[in-house]
Design a binder for this molecule. Structure first.
Ligand code: DI6
Ligand code: FE
Length: 421
């Protein structure tokens, strides 16, 4: 079917207007995978739309879906994840409950490095099998675009293996996947005490090889006392930029090293975590149109106390995105609805900011805001139908999934009653 018409919808357009961009009794026409028209149900361009008594009716060549007042939002975007990895870290969860800190566990050879060992040991097929349930869980809540980072391989062979698994997720599941190279995530044990030599390897071999294999959409670095310095991050960015790849960074998660300012000045798409970013430095993000990606899952799991500088971000009109940071150590989180709830409760974000954070601002953090992230004519028809009457319901409830149907680039993903997909 070439066209689909949604009628009687409550649309949260998340367009240029403030808040939700709410339109009641609205209709939305999808043509050739894109949003072709949005208006009121009364004015909709297909006359049979209002005549159908069942939820779905065919009007000529147009599939009509009566939303019955349900909420329709843009497809959800998780702009920061580490979803591909081997093993798990439930034992560290127990150690932290007995008093060990995340940094202590990392320094003792656990943490990221233990996931590196499990990831290196797994085949592409095994990694895909282990990743699949995590991705399906996110998809059950309306995920249509996900960013997946490497960073648990830490050599050319295994970083590329991780990125190949991310590419398989895209091709097998029809989900849009942005593949981010995060070779500078942790120092592999074979380079202990030689972090500059490892960065040489990232710059001279690993990143160029992964890029040449067509596996890299963006480049990330982890700038932190337990990871890499601002200068080392800058060296990776220089190579990324020579290759024409966009950059982003994990910064100011556990301390303020100045990574966010450096990244913003290099034109980074986003700076992520930023709990320790000082209000006085937020202007650099605004000046460089750099998105602030907040990750409440890691804040919650690590029981952090330092809140991100939300008032300054708002004051400077910095776009704020939210993401799961799904990873086996600091954020074993597989729900964007819970991520929204945590952002509201822990960071005092509003439900409108939270929804924008996992839609339009998530798209911005990936450089995809021209294509996805809002319900606007011309954009790809990625959308979610929710069995709720207003958007705050998505952030408010905990552990309830009201997702009814998901459309990705104009095609219904899951079977909608009465519609053959
Ligand atoms: N910050 C994070 O939150 C994750 N990586 C990073 O740089 C944690 C990754 C892990 O603990 O496995
Ligand atoms: Fe992360």
């Amino acid at each position: 079917m070439s066209q689909t018409l949604l009628t009687n919808a409550t649309l949260a357009c998340i367009d240029g207007t403030a808040g939700y961009g709410l339109r009641e009794n609205a209709a939305l026409l999808v043509d050739a995978g894109r949003i072709a028209w949005i208006g009121s149900t009364r004015d909709c361009p297909v006359s049979a739309a209002t005549a159908s008594s069942s939820a779905v009716a065919a009007a000529g060549d147009v599939e009509v879906y009566d939303c019955g007042g349900k909420l329709v939002t843009p497809g959800l975007i998780d702009c920061h994840t580490h979803l591909v990895y081997g093993g798990d870290r439930a034992d560290e969860f127990e150690m932290r409950l007995e008093g060990a800190s995340y940094a202590e566990i990392a320094e003792g050879g656990g943490g990221i490095v233990s996931t590196v060992n499990a990831t290196r040991a797994a085949s592409v097929e095994q990694l895909f099998e282990q990743t699949l349930p995590r991705v399906l869980q996110l998809m059950s809540e309306g995920l249509t675009t996900v960013e997946i980072k490497s960073g648990y391989g830490l050599d050319s062979e295994h970083e590329m293996k991780m990125l190949r698994v991310a590419a398989m997720i895209e091709s097998e599941l029809g989900l849009r996947v942005v593949k981010t190279f995060l070779g500078a995530h942790a120092l592999p044990s074979e380079y202990a005490g030689r972090s500059d030599a490892y960065i040489d390897q990232v710059c001279n071999e690993m990143l160029p090889a992964a890029h040449a294999a067509g596996l890299v959409d963006a480049v990330d670095v982890f700038i932190e006392s337990i990871a890499f310095s601002v200068e080392q991050g800058e060296r990776v960015f220089a190579v990324a930029q020579e290759l024409g790849l966009p950059v982003k960074a994990h910064v100011e998660q556990l301390s303020d090293l100045g990574g966010a300012v450096m990244a913003a000045q290099h034109g980074a798409l986003s700076v992520d975590h930023i709990e320790y970013l000082q209000a006085k430095d937020v202007g650099h993000l605004a000046d460089n149109h750099c998105v602030a990606v907040l990750l409440p899952g890691a804040f919650y799991v690590l029981r952090e106390q330092q809140l991100p500088p939300l008032a300054a971000l708002r004051e400077h009109n910095v776009a704020i995105a939210l993401a799961s940071d799904s990873n086996p150590g600091s954020s074993p989180l597989h729900s964007l609805l819970l991520t929204m709830n945590m952002a509201c409760t822990l960071f005092r974000m509003t439900p409108a900011e939270a929804l924008r954070g996992i839609t339009l601002n998530g798209a911005r953090a990936l450089g995809l805001e021209q294509q996805i992230g809002s319900l606007e004519p011309g954009k790809l028809a990625d959308l979610v139908v929710w069995d709720v009457d207003r958007p705050a319901m998505l952030s408010y409830r905990i552990g309830m999934n009201p997702c009814v149907a998901v459309m990705q680039a104009g095609s219904w993903r899951q079977t909608v009653q009465g519609v053959s997909t």
